[in-house]
Ligand binder design. Sequence first.
Ligand SMILES: Nc1ncnc2c1ncn2[C@@H]1O[C@H](COP(=O)(O)OP(=O)(O)OP(=O)(O)O)[C@@H](O)[C@H]1O
Length: 224
Amino acid sequence: MVRFTAVGLRYPSPDGGLGPEALSDLTFTLPEGSFTWLLGTSGAGKSSLLRLLYLAQLPTHGTLEVLGHQVRPDRRDALPALRRRIGVVFQDFRLLPYLSAFDNVALPLRLAGRSEGSLRPDVTEMLRWVGLQGKEMSLPEQLSGGEQQRIAIARAVVTRPALLVADEPTGNLDSHQARRLLALLTQMNRLGTTVVVATHSEDLVAQFPSPSLRLEAGRLVHHG
Ligand SMILES: Nc1ncnc2c1ncn2[C@@H]1O[C@H](COP(=O)(O)OP(=O)(O)OP(=O)(O)O)[C@@H](O)[C@H]1O
């Protein structure tokens, strides 16, 4: 479960102070197991809100609860464990270019200390789930954008996160690949993962109807 209560975010300004509010007075709740679209024009604050969700940024004010834990600047030591329960997918894939598809997906498991023997079946199953069996040894540059984004999804969910956050994940994909990606995200959601997806694509939202949050100039103007 995610709960924002009067959350505001100001980034540091170049003079060492705080800049204008990128997000203002956000109050909403996302129930466990929900799927939510995050909408808004460019600069409305979608990426900033997602950065709060995946704990890359802490609120400047207000109260933020993620997966039942209150996120507090004086309790930063609790953040890494919470982060490990959150998967993230970006528009530009962010795969490691010198690692194979298999090794990209295996990375979070290796970082978590899983043994080679125990992670192999999980990674193989994930790559099969995203339709990339037979491409385990390919490097990202040898794969299409859609395939690269499916590796990114496999990497984001191989740790079975409770929350999956995607920032414009279809921005670099054609409409067929975008639908295919959304089908994977909705499957994860049906298995119980809470999913939040920022997008500019009203087409995609129409094809996969779900509740939405809409931001305008850092403020929440619609939730439902
Ligand atoms: N690191 C940063 N430092 C200072 N200001 C920032 C930073 N990141 C974002 N901003 C500002 O915060 C506001 C919201 O930006 P954000 O990237 O969250 O919008 P967005 O809705 O995701 O836009 P887009 O759809 O173009 O990605 C903008 O005014 C932006 O300039």
